[in-house]
Unconditional design. Sequence first.
Length: 490
Amino acid sequence: MINFKFPIFLSIVIYFHIPVQIFASKKLGESVVQIKVTVQYPNFQQPWRYKNPETRYSTGIYVGENKVLVPAQAIYFFTNIEIKKKNSIKNYQTNLVKLDPDLGLALLKVKEKNFSEGLTPTLFSDKLSIPSVGYVIESNDTKVSEPKKVRIQKMEVDSYANGYLELPIVEVQSENKLEGIGELVLDEMQKSPQGILYNSKENGSKGGMIPNFAIRNFLDQTQNHLPFKGFKFKPLTDAHTRTFYGLSKDNEGVLIAELYPNSSADSVLKLEDVLLEVGNFKIDPKGNFEHPKFGTLDLNFLFHAGKEFGFSVGSKIQLKILRNKKIQVLQMELKKFPTNSIRVPYGNTRFEKPKFLITGGLIFQELSEAYLVEHGTQWRNRVSKEFLYLNDYYRIKRSNEEGKIIILTHVLPLAGNKSYHSYKQMILNQVNGEIILSLEDLKSKLKKSKNKFIKFEMNDGTEMIFKSDELSSLTKEALDSFRIPNESNF
């Protein structure tokens, strides 16, 4: 016997479900705008030049007071930013209010007062639903359609867009393509924003979401000062290694493997300390702790995003460690990230242009990951293996006495430096027997030198020798011949 009630019930469910989605997405979509950015990236191989201008599009979220939230990577090296509201032909000029390169967020503000008309401010709360189902609202000029459905799966801790701090990232997955350019993510019932998408992978089916509480922290900040722990650690899961460091079966803990000079951990922790507890949280051998809301998380969450537990710049945190097989309790004051401890810049450049110095046609720069990546998708096969090694393992200074790594990128071909035309991708060690710590140091030593000859000594023993007066004339010839405005940009 056929039950006619079932099809009638199913049709009722479908009738109510679809209009609710469309109505909710239309209402919340009023806070989503389109960002058009003209960018001009620096050229790290010819650092006195810029690359050709490009146009980039992303999604922005209106948060009130004529301010719009946007992913930071969308506006790096911008020359012009325009905002367009949904179903509008007008472009609004905007200014950058603030940017946090580690959180991967930027805040823009439109000067025109009428910009806010028709826009509903998005309010980011601290309520995050994991795991759950959500919807993506993106900016486009098409008619309202059913939003993309996503699964909000789990929280991880990693750096955003190659920032320097490890922060919470929520993994999302969808059957639709995710652009990962600032789209708004809502929970299943479309009651509260969960975060914004900032990247995508695996053909757009997976993406990373900056969670709502991290966004709220950014919006509430008067300054971009997130705390940074100041050390790197290694897991202690091997039984023999744990025995060597004096750990019993009941002990937890990870090994302190690297310390950042001038950081929170500097002068507090020591290499090969075993970190057992942070505040009231025990650290397991893999470097995790139990978060009361989100379960097992990396300990970096505590230091870098643990505002709810009182972890902020200036706060003092209690650490329980094992040092020389004896338990000690220490106090550590949290500080912001010490940028002066970076020896080889990596990840995003924080709007920093590549510094250069040209002397005698020799082009010197500071080694950075941005310079290496400039050699194309196969850059790891195209650059000096020594550069790769330094970039992978010596990004952080071991002490304040260590300087930047100065490299000879290439030589501008002139008759007076013909012997060195083939020299490239070499590390500068000394000039006239003096160690070089930075480009500023190199420029100063060359200017003050009273020697008749200038001898550049490379890391591999190679030497380049010029007469002092010859070096000056070659520099002028190089600038004139290759139409370079200045010998340096600092």
